[in-house]
Structures are given as C-alpha cells and as structure tokens.
Design a binder for this molecule. Sequence first.
Ligand code: KPL
Length: 414
Amino acid sequence: MQDVEEISRETDKRRLSGRIHILGLGNVGTFVAHSLAARKSPPPITLLLHNPGLYADWLARKRCLSINTNGLDDIKTGFDINVLNDRTWYSLPYWKPNGEAHDDVVDADGKLHIEDVHEDLRQSQEDDEKIECLIVAVKAQQTVTALKSVSHRLTPESTVLLLQNGMGTVEELNEKVFPDPHRRPHYMMGLISHGLARQEPFRVSHTGVGTTILSPLPAGGRLKAGEEKDEDWAPSTKYLLRTLTLTPPLVAVAETPTALLQYQLEKLAMNCVINPLTVLLDCENGELLYNYNITRVMRLLLIEISTVICALPELQGVPGINSRFSPERLRNMAVHLANKTAKNTSSMLQDVRRGQKTEIEYMNGYIVRRGEELGIRCALNYLIMQMVIGKSDILTQRNAGAIPLDLSHLEEED
Ligand code: KPL
C-alpha cells in the first residue's frame, strides 16, 4: 500500500484505494492475479466473474487461485469477487461483513452444494463501485462485450490495462464503448511471454519464465509519429505500472509506447503466419517447418505484413524499422518460434477445435485494415483471414448437426 500513498502524495487528487479489478480469468488473468496476491503487501484485488456458472467453479475450487510450477501448486486466497448476473454486478467479498470467512460449500467428497451458490448470490449486494484500475485479460474478440459490462464503473480517472494477443482493440473500444473522448479511461497495454497452460478453472501451470512488457498509451490510444514526450501519466496509471513492475513473478518492465508497439508488431507478425497456417493445415506448429511449399506461403504473407508495418505512420522516423521488420528477419523469427513451440497446438487452432471464435480479425485482419488506410492491398492476408473464418464456420455447423446419442442405457446394461 506504500505505492498508493506515495502516488497520492505526489498528486493533489483524491486518494486512491489501490484496488485492482481483473476481468478474464484464463491463463493470463489467473497468473497476474496470483502474482499480485503473492506480493509481500498485496493490493486489494477483485476478480470479475462474468456469469454465475463461473462463480460455481470458483466455489468448487474453494475460492483459490493456484499456479503450478515444476509439479508444485502454489495456492493464493483472499480475493474479493464480483459476479455478473442479468447485467448487474454483485459483490461477494472474501471476508463477510462480520470479519468471518465464508463457510465451505464443498463437502468432503468434493461435491458442490448448488443451492449455496444461489443463496450466496441472493444475499449479495449490487456493486457499482467505481473501478480505478482494471486489468483486461479476455481474448481480443471478447473485449468490447466484456468492457460494456463494466463501462458504467469506469471514469476518465480509471486506467484499463489490456493484456491480450492481437491488435486493434483500443480503436474498437473507442468506437463502440467510449465514443466520447472526454469520458474515456486511460489505456495501458502489455505483452506477456510467460509460458502458461491451463489445467482446470483457476488452476494454471507456469511452463516457462518470460517477461511482461508494459506501457501506458497516450490519450486517445493511438501513437503519432515522433510523439514520445514525457507524459505526466494519470495517478491510477502510475500506480498500476508501479505495482506491476514491483511484482516479481511477472518479471515486468515499463517501456515507452513506441518500444512496446514494436514488440507487439513482431508478435503480431509471428501470429499472422503460424496461427492461421496451423488452422488451415490442422497441424502442430513444428509441422510448418522443412516444407518448401509452406515456406513459400510464409514468405509471401510476410512480404505484405512487412510492407504495411514499415509504412505505419506511428513508426516513421524510428531508427532501424526497415531492417527490424524486413521479410527476411520476420521469417527467421517465425521459423525459430515454430521450432521452439514445435509440439504446441497454436491458440487459434485450439479455438477452432473448441468451436470458438478466433482472433484472426485482430491479427491478419489488423494488417488488412491498416494496409487499406495506407493504400496497400493485402490480398493474401485477406484470403487467409476469410479461409480461417470459413473453416471455423464449417466446423461449427458440422458440430451443431452432430446427433447427440444417449448411450447411458448401454452402460447400464454392461
Ligand atoms: O503465440 C502463439 C499462439 O499459439 O498464439 C504461438 C507463438 C504461435 C505458439 O503457439
């Protein structure tokens, strides 16, 4: 809490509560919440669960987040909860108002009493407390819906940190959720390279130590060429940045907006080739290698991607852009990454197999949109994007048409 006091002292603004809200509890959200809770003096944390089913999972996991490293579970508790039910957020604090912890709703053989879930929700208060710091770790394609559910709790003093794959969500949020520039929150972006794999809800395994690169965005969200002046960031932005960079498991560093943008674009270029190709060829990342035809496809896609990135107005005047984003360097990086993650099923292929919408519109779609603004036609990236959407629709329809068979009577006869 020392950070909150320091930052409040530096400004004449109202004192910050220091509370951090987290929306999206997949791998990244769970890892960040757990890391914050592992601090010597953890900030107050509220996990935002977007439906009562997720709250039931939370109770079944005994209100704990766990990170598994080298086979050992590290368990953290003490999180306050908000649950979204019928468009209203309900507050379920970790401690009851009388200071007691909640009773266990899971019996000795691990069974959840569902009536307790509903009772908890019935007894809880509506929560429309303003949010100072919000960490958003939902997928790019869910960001607008997720932010709409909390937009009434965000103010121009709030800071929203987006931690996700893909690009273009800030532009979409400005258009669809915060159209009035005077009522927008401050934005921060981040890029996580830790290896994380889901084991079950609220339990994630940390498979490789990476870094977290963070940067606030200038007002409005998009950078302008040569605009790298020392901004006086808002108190909630400074607080969130300082808290995260002082949270050891995240290995977080603060960068300038232009430096972060370049890391994001490198990651985007990798995702624009590996992810859609693994979907279309239904293969592991490593299977894209040592294949002349696929190498040609990668190279052609990267030529378009490189042309768009090198022409981006926000990067003009940045030294070394043309060599950092040359098709050759990007291809070497893609080959290296596909090799390093050879046995992985890409996140996009996992989404397609689960029948979920993919991030393609925030990957190749982003390149196509930025290309259009600059008069560069990206026919190949457009084609790849349409193929991925088409393939994922075919699979969804196929699954919807599958006839569910009730085989329980056969099991009974055995
Ligand atoms: O980031 C990835 C993803 O799957 O989204 C890669 C690097 C392609 C690893 O699978």
